[in-house]
Unconditional design. Sequence first.
Length: 193
Amino acid sequence: MIAQERERATIRDARRDWTRRRQPRMRREPHRLVFLDETSVKTNLTRLRGRAPVGVRLRGAAPFGKWRTQTFIAGLTCDGLIAPWVIEGAMNAAAFETYVRTQLVPELAPGTVVILDNLSTHKTPRAATALRDRGCLVPVPAALQPRPQPDRNGLLETQGASAPHRRAHLRSADRGLGRHLRSLQRRRVLELP
């Protein structure tokens, strides 16, 4: 299923311009592209029940000892992740504007093309202004963005790369999920071919 607005003449023309004029240039200059994406970790998804042999207590651990959500956001470039940031709770417009202004913009060079998700919190005028003031190209509307490629879905690959680390963390809850996410910030967890 595809979005119905793709059939409008203006969207079709803009998409044609994207595929004929902009995409070839971006393929020649991939170092100018930054794909911005976010993911979250919810500790309330920890299993509460399990199986054990009769007469043996099942032991498990949950991070924090209480239910929390942490959101991880980063820019994905052809060289790896830039401007990683972890916040407590879900992403909202104010947090996104703060991220763009304080974390992302200092990492970007003028002329960088920033491609965002089609998420309402990413469509704030202040964030777009901060990017424009840095000399970056205004984020491309989602209707014009190329279809996602499963083998190149950035933060999902990052999550996959960190899965063994997350499992190890859940086995020893005393290290703390926040510390684990900060370690992902400090090291490059994704290498593109």
